[in-house]
Design a protein around this ligand. Sequence first.
Ligand code: WT7
Length: 639
Amino acid sequence: MPESKKTKDTATESAELYHPSKEVIKAAHVKDYDKLYKESIEDREGFWAKEAKKLEWYRKWDKVLDDSNKPFYKWFTGGKTNIVQNAIDRHQKTWRRNKLAFIWEGEPGDVRTMSYHALNREVSKFANVLKSMGVRKGEIVTIYMPQIPELPIAMLACAKIGAAHSVVYGGFSVEALATRIEDANSRVLVTADGGWRRGKITDLKGIANQAIERSPTIEVCITVKRTGQEVYMENDRDFWYHDLMGLPIASAYCDTEKTDSEDMLFILYTSGTTGRPKGLVHTHGGYSVYTATTHKYVFDIKDEDRWWCAADPGWVTGHSYLVYAPLINGSTIMMYEGAPNHPYPNRWWNMIEKYGITILYTSPTAIRGLMRFGSQWPKRHNLETLRLLGSVGEPINPEAWKWYHEVIGGGRCPIMDTWWQTETGGFMITPLPITPLKPGSATKPFFGNEVGVVKEDGTDAKAGEEGKLVIKAPWPGMARTIMGDPDRFIDTYWKEYAKQGWYKAGDSARIDEDGYIWVIGRIDDVIKVSGYRLGTAEVESAMVSHADVAEAAAIAVPHELKGNAIHAYVILRTGVAGNKALAESLKEHVSKELGPIARPEVINFMESLPKTRSGKIMRRVLKARAMGVDEGDLSTLEE
Ligand code: WT7
């Protein structure tokens, strides 16, 4: 075997190959990647039309791809479908109405299961509740909930009546929730009193109440009773979910709105390079086709599977692969409310054994975190039902990959390392079960996708050379725009390679001699902490909202467990002294404003920050110093 030159975070092209077993190949939906890939590139629209025909449509599309107004691509125009038609309604006509849609386990150990029939009933009832609150087609409902079944129910109920949802991750806090409610102009908020996390109750309703105070648009707040503690409810504004669901208006019959392919299904906020979060818009038609197709081929979905995507529905991974794609594919979905190590580090492994999970899809951070407790925890359990594993959110280091493969997958389960983004809607670069794997590489483009790694001037980087990751052709799952800011959509993703018409992902990558793609990480001011995406600007704006802070800069520094940790550099207001207590209170403040994931690991008090002459903070200089490496070109640094 050639000598492997491994860096800490990513392996290189000389890594060893892992071949899938005969059984895996025999079971796979796709047997010949190269052939089908070639066909899908030569006739992209033909490929997607063929997949789209496998779904139900109220009215067939006129055009597969409308590229008359680039980069605002449209897919399946003229077609009418609703994602709920395929995710729920069509299953009612088959034996699948009796199949489990969800197996849910709460952190305290309570269990709920729901058939496709029951899911249809609950979604229809809540859809009628929303209608009774005056929710209309096109309106955006904000959802801020723990991982309980009512979260997907609320999402699906919005989609069913043609309203859009904006799910704000339950780990976010007041500021993040308030700005998102305001941007979406939401009139209705759906939340819960709390959720369970590591044996403690998260104060969701308390945070929601504070956010409502900052965002005057909310007229109605519907609260699910999950944890049962006393919460403040305001007359005429606040309603209990269970009260509303018990009213005669909450009938179990509700027509699914016949939405157009391009009608908005949801917006999902993601961090960018400025403080203002971007509300990416996804639509019913193309998104349904793209997520269902990727899920089915990459994870080789079969009716007997029990699929567990361990992401929170509050992120795009949860939207696409916990809720929508698996429901469209008629899967039985595992959903768990709480922490992976509560009450003991065998919690996940116990659930895999208990429910007979066949596919687990999670993040490198979760794997590293569980690996830390040692192999004795998974080894206590029989994990033989597992046949495929998945990874997403950040590059997976070969050490974690091998542990996942050997200890969790028993050496027999290929790992699908899927590269994608909130913007892409679904997997873009990913192995299939038949793909020989290299630990740390997301391998090859999915069907229809042309992926490049290019230099500044747009020419291809050489094999093994680092460059910018671009997507050279449109795909059905792509975000359609940034809500309310189409110019920013162009500026962020399409301007740099406007001449070629390519999508810029914001990541750097390499392609090796075998055509395997190695994603290295973000090249913009976006930080990936534990796989979560945060903008340095968001963290900085939370810091300066503290009374003692005059100026702040945030950077990402590699961290063994989280992938990256946030280091903050702070200039205090005159007269304030930096000390340990203040550093702690600043960390607490950021955590309270943005959410615990944004909590800085290290706070450094500074007299000044390195800036360019035009006044921009040079974060790369701070980073070089923090990591003790060469500071690079300092010619633009102001004295
Ligand atoms: C960014 C997108 C899409 C699901 C969750 C993240 C990084 C994502 C991988 C992977 C290396 C990855 C990239 C990307 N990323 N998956 N398999 N290997 N990096 O969605 O929050 O929109 O973040 O996550 O940097 O740009 P997101």
